[in-house]
Design a protein around this ligand. Structure first.
Ligand code: MG
Length: 259
């Protein structure tokens, strides 16, 4: 039976610019057996083409349609929901703007005209941007975010604030949760990847990742098999505590060939 493997990137396939041992061989072997592969990342500060180039450089053959990031799913969401007079105000970095512009999503800087606000990871985030988003919210705009991650791990074992911190800033002002968080672990993202990209049933799919609260939770809540790899953020110790129990816990991506 054909299986679909959904691979997280950071901490699963590579750490920074270092490919995880066995990742290349594992992915090639899964392809040779006729399984379907997709790479899925929440990180919104790079384009899908950047990921294709990075994976190819690491020796992993991949095409653009096999790489999905939270910006892409956010674009799809806006395309499905926005009407002719709608406009989106975006807080984020250039790759997010680029993804939305390429698909002709109507963008605005004017909080009075914005019917949607999109929050992404933005390393130039400041009070002015927070205020613009807040004014749009006062004006009844729908607030979305690309991904819920509070932090992103960086080289040397440290972490830096991610989109979750920007969501927190706006929620601190409004006193209310934002309307929708795209990316893992949302149902929207699970259904999009399983139905539209892999075109398989959830039980044929395996979500492979290093984070319990995004990767494993998304699989757990949407009927996918899950594989936690211990090469990134979550540890075997955390598996004991979590509600989101993975189907498999492996030391690394290398062990997937044993499924
Ligand atoms: Mg990861």
């Amino acid at each position: 039976m054909v299986k679909g493997f959904i691979f997280d990137l950071d901490g699963t396939v590579y750490l920074d610019d270092q490919v995880i041992e066995g990742a290349v061989e594992t992915i090639i072997s899964l392809r040779e057996r006729g399984h379907k592969i997709v790479f899925l990342t929440n990180k919104s500060i790079a384009t899908r083409i950047d990921y294709v180039n990075k994976l190819n450089k690491l020796g992993i053959p991949v095409t653009l349609d096999e790489v999905i990031n939270s910006n892409y799913i956010t674009m799809k969401y806006l395309k499905d929901h926005m009407k002719e007079d709608d406009a989106a105000l975006v807080i984020g970095e250039e790759p997010l703007f680029q993804e939305l512009r390429e698909e002709n999503i109507n963008l605005t800087n004017d909080p009075q005209k914005a019917t949607y606000v999109v929050l992404g990871w933005d390393r130039q985030f400041n009070y002015e941007k927070l205020n613009i988003a807040y004014q749009a919210w006062l004006n009844k705009a729908i607030i979305l975010a690309t991904n819920p991650d509070r932090t992103c791990p960086v080289y040397g074992g440290s972490q830096i604030p991610d989109c979750g911190a920007i969501i927190g800033a706006l929620e601190g002002a409004t006193g209310q949760p934002i309307d929708s968080v795209i990316g893992k672990p949302s149902r929207l993202t699970a259904e999009f990847v399983v139905n539209e990209i892999l075109n398989l049933k959830p039980e044929q799919c395996y979500m492979v990742g290093d984070r319990l609260e995004t990767d494993i939770r998304m699989g757990f809540e949407n009927g996918l098999n899950t594989v936690l790899v211990l090469t990134g953020v979550s540890t075997a110790e955390m598996v004991k505590e979590t509600h989101y129990k993975p189907t498999y816990v492996f030391n690394s991506i290398k062990e997937i060939v044993n499924i």
